[in-house]
Write a protein that binds this ligand. Structure first.
Ligand SMILES: [Zn+2]
Length: 437
């Protein structure tokens, strides 16, 4: 199915369909459709279902913008980024050995691949396949895959969480059944990892919702009951984003510097909040507990209560939110912007609440464009609403962290440089959604 869309069409769809009791009632009485993979029982019924990548063909300004992204940073990064060099790259080696083996390659491939499929661009698809095939080839006998990295002395599952997004999109676009088997073997491996060694580090604990998202994605395609056990295990072992149960990542003397409300969130890194807050809502699809959905709404509110005095949908948190640094001179990281959009798009499908569609556009139309140059050839690490200067100086401690982080630069910085790409392609993919009926 192909659809040409405009923003106004998206708004009409969202306003006309979601949230009304009549609509929910109608949904309950309509048999499940056989075209799109919504939630299989016993998961909570889907409110909306994302269409397979490539189903939606962009038009108008959005197509122009995606083409700028292709001709600019996202499309050309493979030629200039140190982490995407093919020589001795750990993500291209069958045994996972080599350089550049952490988050950067899958971060880039996540946006690049989806951009390639949406634009149906043969050269980009060919490039994406080089990296996808290498990921598949790297799978070991036990089901694990990719370069082996450590987080606080234990296996770091975080880079593979991003790689799963890449192969899922590839499957949706190509129907390549190898992806289903590959993911199934990997998740079997994750089931064998003892709880005390699973998701116990920093990034992987706080971002474990991404792992859970992919497990639910696969369950909806295979119905393998063991995946439900893995879903429970991920929720149990990852860091809790439910503000009633949080355990602070920062403890001891360091912790005493902060006010009482600081203990409401497990961590105050801007990206971790924008990304992590969706986990309880994702888990609610297994738990059927409305409190879990509520927990995600609460984290959204907590960060905005203390750091949300800025326009454009985000919060003035710099790299790490800090008490006393909360006015519109504080900034947001580009990774935070695109992860907020991704979270909102998840939240829209899980809750059916139009708020999340509206908020996605608030961020997409106001904050994200300010973080990149109009030609999409460079970007900033940090962007603030009251930002009169765009220089290469270090503005720490007024701005966190130390470095030339306000400057437009194709190399800024190793995370945003690679992770920015998902923002607009994911936006395009979520403009039309299916309902269970
Ligand atoms: Zn970043």
């Amino acid at each position: 199915m192909k659809r040409i869309f405009t923003r106004s069409i998206m708004l009409i769809c969202a306003i006309a369909l979601s949230g009304s009791p009549a609509f929910s009632q109608a949904q309950a009485n309509v048999p499940a459709n056989s075209f799109y993979s919504g939630n299989k029982k016993p998961l909570e019924a889907s409110k909306y279902i994302r269409l397979p990548v490539g189903s939606i063909e962009p038009g108008g300004w959005l197509k122009v913008y995606l083409e700028k992204q292709r001709d600019g940073l996202t499309g050309q990064l493979v030629n200039i980024s140190a982490w995407l060099q093919k020589t001795d790259n750990a993500w291209l080696s069958a045994d996972g050995k080599g350089k550049w083996g952490w988050e950067e390659v899958p971060y880039w491939l996540k946006g690049y691949g989806d951009l390639a499929y949406i634009l149906n661009d043969p050269a980009m698809i060919k490039e994406a396949k080089i990296w996808i095939e290498a990921i598949l080839v790297s799978q070991k006998e036990n089901g694990d895959f990719g370069p082996h990295s450590l987080d606080r002395g234990k296996q770091d599952f975080w880079p593979n969480m991003i790689a799963l997004y890449c192969v899922q999109s590839y499957y949706e676009y190509t129907g390549d059944k190898r992806i289903i088997d590959f993911m199934g073997r990997y998740f079997k491996y994750q089931l064998t990892v003892p709880d005390e060694n699973f998701l116990k580090g920093y990034w992987q604990g706080l971002r474990s919702g991404d792992n859970l998202y992919s497990v639910i994605w696969l369950y909806n395609r295979t119905g393998d009951q063991a995946l439900l056990d893995l879903g429970e295990k991920i929720h149990r072992c990852g860091t809790s984003w439910n503000s009633r149960y949080t355990e602070l990542v920062v403890t001891g003397e360091e912790r005493k510097k902060y006010p009482e409300w600081w203990s409401l969130l497990p961590d105050w890194h801007n990206v971790n909040i924008a990304q992590g807050f969706r986990e309880p809502a994702i888990y609610s699809q297994l738990s059927h507990n409305p409190d879990d959905v509520q927990a995600s709404y609460e984290v959204f509110q907590i960060i905005r209560e203390h750091f949300g005095q800025v326009p454009g949908g985000m919060y003035g948190a710099d790299e790490m939110a800090r008490p006393g640094y909360a006015d519109p001179r504080q900034a947001i990281e580009t990774c935070g912007i695109v992860e907020q959009m991704n979270s909102n798009e998840n939240m829209l499908c899980i809750t059916g609440d139009n708020f999340w569609a509206d908020h996605t556009e608030n961020v997409a139309f106001n904050t994200y464009p300010a973080a990149t140059m109009p030609d999409f050839k460079s970007l900033r690490y940090l962007t603030a609403p009251n930002m009169v200067l765009n220089d290469d100086q270090n503005h720490s401690p007024g701005i966190d962290n130390a470095g030339p982080f306000l400057m437009m630069n194709p190399f800024s910085s190793r995370c945003c440089q690679h992770n920015h790409g998902q923002g607009w392609p994911y936006y395009a993919e979520n403009l039309w959604l299916a309902t269970p009926g």
